[in-house]
Write a protein that binds this ligand. Sequence first.
Ligand code: ADP
Length: 193
Amino acid sequence: MFNLILFGPPGSGKGTQSQNIVNTYKLAHISTGDLLRDEVSRQTALGVEARKYMDQGLLVPDEVVIGMISSKIDDMPEARGFIFDGFPRTKEQAEALDKLLEFKETSIELVLSLEVPEEELVKRLLGRGQTSGRSDDTEEVITKRIKEYHAKTSVVANHYDAFGKLVRLKGDGDIAATFKLITQEIDKYLQPA
Ligand code: ADP
């Protein structure tokens, strides 16, 4: 199994590049943002609870997200590997993920961090807000999401850097240029499928 984390602030391109990676390497994609939005749209108990946080640009509590990930991993025993997008977002989530994977006798091999200047992030997210229909792509909520990233999520990079698993990539080029940088790193571990 080859397991990858695509890491970076809101608007850094994780969702778009995850799709490119899935198409090329046939990894199973797990996006906590997508999973949570699905729960919200189905108005499940989890979704109703999660929405309170999401609409304020705050992180959903760790135990909610960790439980969701755990069952998602169990749903796909045949996967060639996983690409985690938007998870882990706190040190506690990172430690929980490490344990979950260890239990399955596997681990995270690589963490690719997409580095994009803040003004570019805001520009992209506001642009997306005009068409995405996402209630959290407004200027006020975007500012809070970026603040939450600095307060709680950026430390996750250090967690994996300490294990020598972190690679920082320039994420402010166009989609194709960024994907090329990504494939150059993944190709060291895994061939396209
Ligand atoms: P973005 O990366 O653009 O902020 P996401 O779709 O990944 O968008 O996340 C949207 C929202 O969903 C976050 O602002 C947060 O409220 C919630 N969320 C997503 N993933 C997590 C996570 N791993 N832990 C806690 N909350 C999360």
